[in-house]
Design a protein around this ligand. Structure first.
Ligand code: HEC
Length: 141
């Protein structure tokens, strides 16, 4: 009886360990970005992201709010998040999100993509955007 309980509990150990060992840490993810984004300040980027949280979630199980969930944003084609009613402008954009695309879009969403439904003035400061993009990489990967 004791032995079978021991075997059962030992059998669970790999199940608990595999997911966490496969998940890369935030710094390793940010290091995958091109410079200067790879040197972004994650803590400051999280502060900047406060401007986005009323409309966006970042996690795998996050909901669409006023804006789409941003999980797996990098490399994703613009306007293709799940179950979100994007504008025609976003659906027709035809590019994949990269650090440089995000930088241009987030500086001035309506200027970069006329017709976008993202009613947000943008993040004017380049350093704020750099740190925000590093944070987005870590939070959405
Ligand atoms: C008032 C709500 C609102 C705020 C605030 C907002 N967004 Fe958005 N965002 C949207 C909407 C709505 C869309 C979809 C736009 C469209 O379809 O044209 C969008 C789209 C996006 C996309 C494209 C996603 C995709 O799946 O292609 C990104 C990236 C994004 N937002 C990032 C941000 C970031 C980062 C911030 C903060 C700096 C922010 N947004 C602030 C509403 C918002």
């Amino acid at each position: 009886m004791m032995i079978s309980m021991l075997v059962l509990s030992v059998a669970w150990v790999p199940l608990l360990l595999i997911p966490s060992s496969q998940k890369k840490d935030a710094k390793a993810l940010v290091a995958e970005l091109p410079a200067p984004y790879s040197g972004g300040d994650l803590a400051h980027g999280e502060q900047v992201f406060h401007a986005c949280v009323s409309c966006h979630t970042t996690g795998e199980t996050g909901q669409n709010l006023n804006g789409p969930n941003l999980y797996r944003l990098f490399g994703r084609r613009a306007g293709t998040g799940r179950n979100f009613p994007y504008s025609g402008a976003m659906r027709r954009a035809g590019f994949q999100w990269t650090a440089t695309r995000l930088d241009a879009f987030l500086a001035n969403p309506q200027g970069y993509m006329p017709g976008t439904a993202m009613t947000f003035r943008g993040v004017a400061d380049p350093k704020d955007r750099l740190d925000l993009i590093a944070y987005l990489k870590a939070a959405t990967s």
